[in-house]
Design a protein around this ligand. Structure first.
Ligand code: MTE
Length: 333
């Protein structure tokens, strides 16, 4: 199990990130005008890896949460973080367009305050809950995870979030709850991709997990990254992160969480069932019909530095393997 509480002597960011990357991010921060321009930065310095950055403006609920973050609760070992500019400017968020730069360009229009999430279905405690109420009881943890997109690129991202299991337990699932279904907000007036007549997606974007997958400690609800509140293009104010599955399972800007008895119909599976399955576990042994899944481009990369690495089963998160004992992963891709 990778989850651990770091010791006071835990390595700092500059120890796990190559110096060039670390310095280039500092340079980026300075160029962008410091903390205020980039938004939120952690206030408490000593135990964090962001000691060099002044705190900036942030929503009150997030500022409160930052005072007790469990930093580096999970790390990606020696792997370098993907720089902040890449994490926030190379995105998939089809509600704002299909090009990688569209979400950063257009997601600013998404109104994230106030935000409310409906929790319903097979639970003893259904009902709408404000974002503040939803996050309030949970201690935020920094989870440094690999994100492997089904398109064969990958990143390493320091998320801030809390275990999905904790949230689900609060709703008190009934014995009939076998799956969790998630839904993204639909706001055509704020979302150019939803308004577009060319989109093949039947909005809202829907994702789902089996109950035992959802309860696994590695599955988190994220509200931040890089010590800041989640940028809109990355799924503000609340998104799922399931690091052993292809990125499309990690649904953004969630407004509804339903516990259900039947396996939900998910967006990509409905669109192209031969290409995208419900499970979508990262698996180098099962190719996409149109490309290999054996390797991935770790961002940032370039023509001269392609940075191609081997893809690992379950994206390297071996501790989830027991969830799939006896399941044919070729059939249930
Ligand atoms: N969630 C919604 N609502 N809409 C989307 O288009 N794209 C998915 C996932 N979540 C998507 C989404 C895909 S394909 C990936 S790879 C990840 O978000 C990308 O997350 P990132 O942009 O934060 O890296």
């Amino acid at each position: 199990m990778l989850i651990k509480t770091p010791l006071a002597s835990a390595e700092r960011e500059c120890d796990i990130t190559p110096e060039a990357v670390y310095l280039s991010r500092r340079h980026f921060m300075a160029a962008a005008g410091g903390a205020m321009a980039l938004g939120v930065l952690p206030a408490q310095a000593d135990a964090t890896r962001y000691a060099h950055v002044e705190p900036g403006s942030m929503p009150g609920w997030f500022a409160e949460k930052l005072t007790a973050v469990r930093w580096q609760a999970v790390t990606a070992g020696e792997e370098a973080l993907t720089p902040y500019p890449d994490v926030t400017h190379y995105n998939n968020f089809y509600e704002f367009g299909t090009n990688k730069g569209d979400p950063a360009r257009h997601a600013g229009k998404l109104e994230v305050e106030p935000w409310s999430v409906m929790i319903d279905g097979e639970v003893a405690k259904p009902g709408p809950v404000s974002l503040e109420q939803l996050v309030q009881p949970h201690r935020l943890e920094e989870r440094i995870y690999r994100l492997r997109c089904v398109e064969a690129w990958s990143m390493v991202i320091p998320w801030l979030g809390f275990p999905l299991a904790e949230l689900l337990k609060r709703a008190e699932p009934t014995g009939n709850a076998r799956f969790v279904r998630f839904e993204t907000k639909v706001a055509p007036e704020q979302m150019a991709g939803v308004r577009s007549g060319f989109s093949l997606i039947d909005w809202p974007y829907v994702e789902g997990l089996r109950m035992d997958e959802a309860m696994h400690p590695l599955a988190i609800m994220a509200v931040g990254l890089y010590g800041r509140v989640l940028p809109n293009q990355n799924g503000a104010p609340l998104r799922l992160v399931v690091p052993w599955k292809y990125g499309f399972k990690s649904i953004k800007s969630i407004v509804r969480i339903s516990l259900v008895a039947e396996q939900p119909k998910t967006t990509w599976e409905s669109l192209a069932p031969d290409e995208y399955g419900f499970y979508a576990n990262v698996n180098p042994g099962v190719d996409h019909p149109r490309w290999s899944q054996a390797t991935e481009r770790r961002l940032p990369n370039s023509l001269f530095s392609p940075n191609v690495i081997d893809t690992r089963l379950f994206n390297g998160y071996d501790e989830v393997a027991s969830l799939y004992a006896g399941l044919d992963l070729r059939k249930h891709y």
